[in-house]
Design a binder for this molecule. Sequence first.
Ligand code: NAI
Length: 253
Amino acid sequence: MRLEGLHAVVTGGGSGIGAAIAQALAREGARLTLVGRRREALDAIAATLPGACIAQADVTDRAAVDAAFASARAAHGPIAILVNNAGIAPSAPFAKVTAEAWRQTMAVNLDALFHCCQAALPDLIAAPSGRIVTVASTAGVKGYGYTAPYVASKHGAIGLMRALATEFAHTGLTANAVCPGFTDTDIVGDAIANIQAKTGRSADEARAQLTRFNPQGRLIDPAEVAEAALWLCLPASRSVTGQAIMVAGGEVM
Ligand code: NAI
């Protein structure tokens, strides 16, 4: 139990990669708070985690984040681990990206990191081994077509981790990003449906459009991303900070 008793907050913990990370941290003894908007999804995952609590919030809303983190602290004490996982991945040709879609993507994928990191900061720098892990993406280090706001926001997410890693290197806090390639979750399910609708391809053909980026020719399992995030959270990983760790089957950056 390498995280025995440590309080870990996971945003977007009700599904996909966030749920897998919460389960991996709980297996190592962490006490979990799941932050998100969808009560039923959060309840279903919390039911699989001993003693987990839920703090409902839209992470784009600073006041809601502050209230959620206050209730998390009241339940489980100071926050030792923050996992910024909530995200959205809309797709459109750049010429058709609306101002609203641009702003919404920045709000969820980047502004929310500002809110959550700042809200948890006093606890994280007071902790012996404070940890921030942000679920960025391979789109944080390379470009992909038809998803410019996502690519820009994920580059920003990695930049923020590098900034915090440097600014807080004199404390016990580390800040890192994990960067999955295409991973088998709802986001990719939606992308496959979108490709089918726009191109008339079959589900298998649409899926192949995405797996071709991965030299291993498959979608990543959320549990694989969770293992990388867990490793970054361990006290023994204290020298690993400011990094963007690819979990992408060797996809070339
Ligand atoms: P998902 O759709 O299952 O998870 C996203 C979660 O974020 C959901 O639980 C959703 O409710 C939550 N969320 C969205 N907007 C929110 C808001 N305003 N406030 C609170 N919660 C909000 O999909 P997945 O794949 O598990 O995504 C998790 C993270 O992984 C995202 O940041 C995504 O960009 C990233 N990622 C996913 C990849 C993939 O291929 N699935 C690849 C690379 C990165």
